[in-house]
Design a protein around this ligand. Structure first.
Ligand code: GUN
Length: 296
C-alpha cells in the first residue's frame, strides 16, 4: 500500500485563508482588529524562530500583534505584572508566553496569571478543564486541534476508531486524548494513551487504526509497530546530526517515515505535516478570543 501524504502546508494555507477572510469581516463590522500579544523571555533560538513565525502570521492575516521581548534575567514578578497589564488592555484579545521560560520563572504561575478569556494557547486550567469535560465551545489546544483538522480535511474520521496516542504531555498527548474522546465528528474515538512507562508499547500501537506520535524520540515508531493500512500522524520535531546536510543537522519526527510510508494508508511528513497547523489554530483561537470579547 502506498500512503496518502497529508500535506500540512496546503491544509494550513486553506485554514489561514479562511481566518484572513474572517478577520477582514470582523474588522469591517467592529472597526477594530483582533490583537495578539506574544511574550518571549530569554534567547532560546528555537523560541525566537517560533515567536517570529507567530508574529509574521498575524501580519499576513490582518491580526495586530505586539511582540514583547524580555531578558533571560526577568523576574517572575515582572513578567506577571506585564501579563496583568495585557489582561486589562482592551486592544489585546490573546496573550501567549512562549515556552520554555527562564529557570527562575514557574510556567504554572505564568499560565495561571493569564486571563482565561485571553488564553489562546489553551493552557489555563479553566480552559483545559472545559476541553476535558467535552465542552469544545471555547479555546481549543492548538496542536491537537491542528491534528483533528488535518484528519478531517483528509477525509479520515475518528468516530469508532481505536486511536493510540504516544506521549502524555500537557501540550499534546493529554489534550489530544480529550479531543478524541469528545462527542462529535472529530471525536467519538476509543483512545489509548501510551507513555514511557507503558510495557510492551508495540502491542498497543499494532491494534491502532490511527497512531498519533508525540513523545519526542526521533524516529521511534518503526514499520513493525503498526498494522497495514493504519493512519500515522507525527507530532515530533527532532533535530538530529546528519552528514549530508550543510548545517550538519536534519529535522525528523517521532516516526520512521520511510519505513511507514509503504505500510500506512495516510501519513504526515516532518517538516510540512502537523507543524504549520499549530500556528494556524493559534490564529483561529485569537479570532475566537476577539469574538468572545464582543459577546459573539
Ligand atoms: N513552546 C512550544 N510549543 C509552544 C506552544 O504551542 N505555545 C507556547 N506558548 N510555547 C510553546
Amino acid at each position: 500500500m502506498s500512503a496518502i501524504r497529508i500535506d500540512g502546508n496546503e491544509i494550513s494555507k486553506s485554514v489561514n485563508a479562511e481566518t484572513a477572510a474572517e478577520v477582514e469581516a470582523l474588522a469591517q463590522k467592529y472597526g477594530v482588529r483582533p490583537g495578539l500579544a506574544v511574550i518571549l523571555a530569554g534567547e532560546n533560538p528555537a523560541s525566537q524562530v517560533y515567536v517570529s513565525r507567530k508574529v509574521k502570521m498575524c501580519e499576513e492575516l490582518g491580526i495586530v500583534s505586539k511582540k514583547i521581548i524580555l531578558p533571560e534575567s526577568v523576574s517572575q514578578e515582572e513578567l506577571i505584572s506585564i501579563i496583568d497589564d495585557l489582561n486589562k488592555d482592551d486592544s489585546i484579545h490573546g496573550i501567549l508566553v512562549q515556552s520554555p521560560t527562564p529557570k527562575q520563572i514557574s510556567e504554572k504561575a505564568v499560565i495561571n496569571a493569564i486571563d482565561p478569556k485571553k488564553d489562546v494557547d489553551c493552557f489555563h486550567p479553566a480552559n483545559v478543564g472545559k476541553v476535558f469535560l467535552g465542552d469544545l465551545s471555547g479555546f481549543l489546544p492548538c496542536t491537537p486541534w491542528g491534528v483533528s483538522v488535518l484528519l478531517e480535511k483528509s477525509g479520515i474520521s475518528t468516530a469508532g476508531k481505536h486511536v493510540v496516542v504516544l506521549g502524555r504531555s500537557a501540550i499534546v498527548g493529554r489534550p489530544m486524548a480529550a479531543l478524541l474522546l469528545a462527542r462529535g465528528a472529530n471525536g467519538d474515538a476509543t483512545v489509548t494513551v501510551c507513555h514511557s512507562k507503558t510495557p510492551d508499547l508495540p502491542s498497543f500501537t499494532r491494534q491502532a487504526d490511527i497512531v498519533i506520535a508525540a513523545l519526542g524520540i526521533p524516529q521511534f515508531l518503526k514499520g513493525d509497530m503498526v498494522k497495514d493500512g493504519a493512519v500515522v500522524i507525527d507530532v515530533g520535531i527532532n533535530r538530529i546530526p546528519c552528514a549530508t546536510t550543510k548545517s550538519g543537522f536534519k529535522l525528523v519526527g517521532d516516526v520512521d517515515f520511510d519505513a511507514l510510508v509503504e505500510k500506512t494508508s495516510a501519513i504526515t511528513p516532518v517538516p510540512g505535516g502537523v507543524g504549520p497547523m499549530t500556528i494556524a489554530m493559534l490564529m483561529k483561537n485569537t479570532v475566537r478570543a476577539f469574538k468572545m470579547s464582543k459577546g459573539e
